[in-house]
Ligand binder design. Structure first.
Ligand code: ATP
Length: 292
């Protein structure tokens, strides 16, 4: 590309349809980059995910996946789910305009070390309330992990990245999902077994792994060999560190149950006194103002 064309393309990227000004890159996903943006009229911050159509055309089924992500995000409007404001497209690109969640990924918080139980419980409470809402709309996320949980300026959790989520129409005649997806360390044993699974129950396993990680500061299932790690997952072979309280220990061990039928249910989680204590608001976290 010549220098002038390059300049013109940079300018075009800067202003999306004359509505949004685009700034720095916030992150990179499988399908494209996410940019910081500002709505010109209101000055409001947004996050804009830019997807290259050519790239997704080259991979079978990817266009359907993007369409599903849009449909799901429109369906699940909840305070703990990243809001999709609008979707725009040119001949070559798709733009997802989302609310800007400025506190970064929960993952960054966890790599600094384990959280005090009160804080872990509050994140877990918000996670469960978002996931329960998705399930009530027939949506299973299928890729829950701290990298997909963002924090806003109040320190509240927002579930993002519905790229792998499933809608009810994907269920086969047996009422189960059959696509193997998710991230190995967080994925439920029944998803690995390829026999078909209930997406909502599989999400609860991932919530169990997330709760473990928040409280422990490390993963329950890990191994240098992927095969050995899978073996640990399918047998639920893990050890709870001694600093977990009795209630937290009991909840983790009722979530990380191999048989999905015997795994604790959503209503049962919500009835636990330990869980109910998680609804109180925390002090806001300190976040620097956004830079364009
Ligand atoms: P993949 O889609 O491959 O699973 P991902 O979750 O990293 O990857 P994206 O959802 O495209 O992909 O997001 C990439 C990164 O951009 C995120 O990890 C996050 O740091 C940032 N990001 C995404 N959405 C927002 C948002 N609404 N506000 C602020 N930052 C965001």
């Amino acid at each position: 590309m010549g220098k002038e064309a390059e300049e013109a393309s940079r300018e075009a990227r800067k202003l999306v349809f004359g509505k949004y000004e685009m700034g720095r890159v916030l992150g990179k996903g499988t399908f494209g980059k996410v940019y910081y943006g500002r709505e010109l009229r209101s000055g409001e911050s947004v996050a804009i995910k830019v997807i290259d159509k050519e790239q997704i055309r080259r991979q079978a089924g990817m266009m359907e996946q993007i369409q599903r992500e849009i449909a799901v995000m429109r369906l699940v409007r909840h305070p703990n789910v990243v809001e999709l404001r609008e979707v725009m497209a040119t001949r070559s690109r798709i733009f997802f305009v989302m609310e800007y969640v400025r506190g970064g990924e929960l993952f960054a918080r966890v790599v600094r070390g384990r959280l005090p139980e009160d804080q872990a419980r509050r994140y877990f409470h918000q996670l469960i309330s978002a996931v329960d809402f998705c399930h009530s709309r027939g949506v299973s996320h299928r890729d829950l992990k701290p990298e997909n949980l963002l924090l806003d300026e109040h320190g509240d959790l927002k579930v993002s990245d519905f790229g792998l989520s499933a809608l009810p129409e994907q269920l086969r005649h047996d009422g189960l999902l059959h696509t193997q997806c998710g991230t190995p360390a967080y994925v439920a044993p029944e998803v690995l077994s390829r026999r078909g699974y209930d997406g909502a129950k599989a999400d609860l396993w991932s919530c169990g792994v997330i709760l473990f990680v928040l409280l422990a500061g490390f993963l329950p299932f890990q191994d240098a060999s992927l095969m050995r790690m899978y073996r640990k997952v399918v047998k639920a072979e893990y050890q709870i560190p001694p600093w977990f309280s009795g209630e937290a220990r009991r909840l983790v061990s009722r979530l990380l149950v191999v048989n999905p039928e015997k795994r604790i249910s959503m209503p049962a989680i919500m009835q636990l006194p330990w869980f109910k204590k998680g609804s109180c608001r925390p002090p806001p976290i300190q976040i620097p103002p956004p830079s364009p």
